[in-house]
Each structure stands twice: as C-alpha cells, then as structure tokens.
Write a protein that binds this ligand. Structure first.
Ligand code: PMP
Length: 353
C-alpha cells in the first residue's frame, strides 16, 4: 500500500478472480467460461467494427440495447448494458444503498457482493444458508433491506423457483431486490417477466457464460424504467462509454445467433448430467446444480487437496477456503472431452479402476 492510498479503502479486501495461470496449458474448469467459441458472425462483426475504433462508441448502446430488449420481450428503456454484469451489480449497490439502506445476501454466494458493499461503504448482512446449501426464502421476506440473490446461486448451483422469487420481491416493495441471473441459461427459470409487475425488481444477466463472451465483458440489467434511469445516472457519472465498439458488435451478433448459444447450453447441461453421474459413481456428493458448474465433495479427499492434485495434473478447478464450503470444489462443465479428462484424472487420484 502506498502512503497515498486513502484510509477509506485501507480495509478493503478486494475480490480474488479465478486464477488464469500462463505457466502451462491447463484444462480450464475454474471460471465458468463457455468451452465453445463465439459464433462466426460474432468474430466477423468484431473484426469489421475494429476498423472504426478511432471513434467513440455509442454511449447509449442503442442498437445493442434494442436487440437485447427484443430478445427478452421488454422495452429498450427497461435495459441497461454494462461492462460485464459486475458493472451493473456495482452500479446497483451505488444507486440503491446507503447508510440507512444496506444490502442482504446469502452468506455463501458470489464473492463480489461483500466487496461491492465494502467499496461503497454500505452496511450488509450475510444470511446463512440451510445445511443443504438451500436458501430459506422466509429469511428474506419483509426484511427492509435491499437484497441480492444469485439464481442459480454460486458456487452451489442451486436455483429458486419463480414463486419463491416473487414471494421475496412482493414482501419487500420498499426495497430493491436484485436477482443475479449469471447462470440462468443452464436450466433455471428467469424472473425477467416479473420485472413488468414489480418496480422493485432488477434482474441482471451476462454474456460471459452462456454466450461465450467472457473476454468481451458484456452484461445487462432489466427492470422498471425508473430503476434503469437511476442506474444510468451512475453510469454517466462514472463511465459513459462503458461498452466498447467491439463488444457492442459482438453482443449484437450474439443475439442474432441466439439459437447457436442456446444449443450450446443444452450440450453443457447434458455434459453436466454425465459428469455428475460419473462423479457420483466414484462416491462424490454434490448439489443439484442448474448452472454450468458442479459443486462437489468426496469423503476420500479434501477439497483443497483435490484441487491441488488436479492442478498438478494440468486441470484447474476452483476451491474456496471459506470454512462452510472448504470440503468442496467447483468444477466448470466444459466439453465432453474435458469432462473425460477430469474424470480419468479423478479415477487416478482416488485409485478407482
Ligand atoms: N454473478 C455471478 C454469480 C458470477 O458468478 C459472475 C462471474 N464471476 C458474475 C456475476 C459476473 O460476471 P461478468 O462480470 O463476467 O458478467
């Protein structure tokens, strides 16, 4: 820390992204990226757009916003496009929270939530999960705080149904409820339709997982025009050109090729089921994940040791040292070939034939 670093941030514990080592070629199953490349239309449109990089991007991202709005059957005024969904989440913490109105979220969830709260000096409450890692919806009903819930949750993969989401939203009409749907395209139900009924609901999604654009940084929020206007006030006060030209072109093309991406999601769901069955045969226990990752543990090897051994064999998965989940690893579901590499390495590690 330099002697100039503001004491305001001296206690800030920054988010730790999944590792991206370059020392060797790994089978990368640690950051929930799609194993499938962007569609050819995406790469062609990005290349064409690269020739216009001398010009600023459209601060309103009009074409992209309209494409996403049409895909989700909402108005353009109900959509804000952002630099990854991390950005819309941070904007929401900034826009809707203050000393009086804090943010509540599950104690085991996306590790960025407490960081956004600390960064913006927002009081927060971490609500424990049940022993089976499920969310007890009653814990969130009428709590008088803003709420952010990842659905499906990360890293557990467990999803809430729409009835439960509606219960939380309708019992907190004076608070903003954010449903973070980063992993929604792998089998859970989206709450986007509910944004038409509830002006306190903000749904966030990303192009990073199901749409193979993690490296382009593209996310969005959907909510009432009033919520979106507030988020725009924050955007125009921080980074008006938050979507660069190439990312915008990539997003527009990805929406046009939606069928390709949704077919990839189905492949990933099939591989998830295959991997989970095979791991169960080897004695692993895991949650019923509706995401593009498995959250698994074995009685025969600790989470950290399994992670480290896989790493030494060239396979990266994610381990979290948080005590409630340190027995577990989170394994991104990649291609069938990647799954087979992981499975045969696991057989070797456990000595299973
Ligand atoms: N929400 C959750 C639950 C996530 O796991 C992630 C990915 N790390 C994000 C949001 C942010 O993803 P991105 O900024 O790439 O859209």
């Amino acid at each position: 820390m330099s002697r100039f670093f503001s004491p305001r941030y001296s206690m800030l514990e920054a988010y730790t992204p999944g590792e991206q080592p370059k020392d060797m070629k790994y089978v990368k199953l640690n950051t929930n990226e799609s194993p499938y490349p962007p569609s050819p239309l995406v790469t062609a449109m990005v290349e064409a757009e690269s020739k216009r990089l001398n010009l600023y991007s459209d601060p309103e991202s009009r074409e992209l916003t309209a494409a996403v709005a049409e895909l989700y059957n909402v108005g353009s005024g109900n959509v804000l496009m952002t630099n990854g969904s991390d950005e819309v989440l941070n904007f929401a913490f900034m826009a809707f929270c203050d000393d009086e109105k804090g943010m509540a979220f599950p104690a085991v969830s996306y590790g960025f939530y407490p960081v956004f709260a600390q960064l913006n000096r927002i009081p927060f409450r971490e609500i424990p999960l049940r022993d089976d890692f499920s969310i007890d919806v009653d814990d969130y009903c009428g709590i008088g705080m803003n709420i952010v819930i990842a659905n499906p949750n990360a890293p557990t993969g467990l999803a809430l149904g729409l009835d439960d989401i509606e219960k939380i939203v309708s019992s907190n009409r004076d608070s903003v409820v954010i449903i973070d749907e980063a992993y929604i395209d792998f089998g859970a139900q989206s709450a986007v339709e509910l944004t038409k009924k509830y002006d306190n609901l903000l749904v966030t999604q990303t192009f990073s997982k199901s749409r193979s654009l993690a490296g382009a940084r593209l996310g969005f929020g959907i909510g009432s025009e009033e919520l979106i206007n507030d988020l725009n006030t924050i955007k125009y006060s921080t980074n008006p050109y938050n979507i660069n030209r190439m990312t915008s072109a990539a997003g527009i093309a990805a929406v046009k090729d939606n069928g390709y991406y949704m077919a990839n999601c189905k492949k990933i769901e099939a591989t998830r089921e295959y991997m989970s069955q095979e791991l169960k045969k080897m004695g692993f226990a895991m949650t019923d994940s509706k995401s593009n990752f498995l959250f698994a543990r074995s009685d025969r090897i600790g989470g950290e040791q399994y992670y480290l051994t896989l790493k030494s064999m060239g396979i990266l998965v994610r381990h979290f040292s948080k005590p409630e989940i340190d027995d577990y690893v989170r394994i991104t579901v990649g291609t069938r070939e990647q799954a087979d590499i992981l499975l045969s390495a696991t057989e070797k590690i456990l000595g299973v034939n």
